[in-house]
Write a protein that binds this ligand. Sequence first.
Ligand SMILES: Nc1ncnc2c1ncn2[C@@H]1O[C@H](COP(=O)(O)OP(=O)(O)OP(=O)(O)O)[C@@H](O)[C@H]1O
Ligand SMILES: [Mg+2]
Length: 268
Amino acid sequence: MTANETLAPVLQVVGLRKTYGDNVALDGVDFEVHAQEVVAVLGPSGSGKSTLVRCIDQLESIEGGAMYLDGELLGYERHRDGIRPLNDADVKRQQRRMGMVFQQFNLFPHWTVLRNITEAPIKVHGVPAAEAKARALELLARVGLADKADAHPRQLSGGQQQRVAIARAVATNPRILLFDEPTSSLDPELVDEVLQVMKDLAESGMTMIVVTHELDFARHVADRCVFMAQGQVIEDRPSAEFFADPRSTRLRTFLTRTADAPAREVGA
Ligand SMILES: Nc1ncnc2c1ncn2[C@@H]1O[C@H](COP(=O)(O)OP(=O)(O)OP(=O)(O)O)[C@@H](O)[C@H]1O
Ligand SMILES: [Mg+2]
C-alpha cells in the first residue's frame, strides 16, 4: 500500500443532508472512513443511522452535501453549470464497489445459498462461473457454512442466513462493507456467531461501517465510534476514548441506558 492510499479516506461524507418532507433525517453529517478501518455508528432510534448508510449506498436521494468513494463523487457528476445526477448505469457502477448487509438478510428464497453468493459476481461483475463458485465455497467455509452451499435460505437459521448474506456481500470484493444492525433481528443465541464472522472480517483488513446496538462489538472491534442524535454526528472518537470518556451528556445517557437495558431486546 502506498502512503497516499493510507492517507486518503476510502469514504468521505461532507455536510450530508437528507429530508423526508419536513422531517430532517440527516442534518449536515461529516465523517471519513480510512482503509481497513472499522467504524461503529451508534445512536437512539430515529437518529439517522440507517438513513446514513442508505444514502452512502445510494438507496436514497440526498438534499445536500457530498459523498466521495476513493475521491470519486457519488451520485453526481460535475458539469459546466455545476453538478447533475449521474445516470443509472454510473450509479450502479459505484454501488458495485460497496457491499451492504441488512438486518433482514434479504437473501433470495428460491435460490440456493451458492447461487445467492455467485449471482452478482457472475452476472454483474463478469466473473467466470467456475471461479465465482470456487470463491463462494471458500467464503462459505470462512463463515462456517461449508456444508450449506446447496441448501435454501429457509433451511437455515437466522444466524446462518446472515452469515450467507455477509459472504454474498464480500464475494464482490467491495471497497467498503456497510452493515445496518446485522444482528438485531436474530435470536440472542445466534448473535455471537454473526459478530464473530464480522470480527474475523475486520481483522482481515476489510473496511467497514457498522450500525449496531452491540456495545461490546463497538468497543472491542471498531477502531472508531460515531454517535448520532437527531440527524447529527455528536461524537466521533477512537473507541477506547468514546467509552471511557464520553464528552456529551447525550452520549453518556445513551451508553448508560443501553448498557442497563435487558440484554438484546430482540424484536423490541
Ligand atoms: N422512508 C422514510 N419516510 C419518511 N421518514 C423516514 C423514512 N425513513 C426514515 N425516516 C425518518 O428519518 C429519521 C431517521 O430514521 P432512521 O431510520 O435513519 O433512524 P435510525 O437511527 O436508523 O433508527 P433505528 O435505530 O430505529 O433503526 C426518523 O425520523 C425517521 O422517522
Ligand atoms: Mg435503523
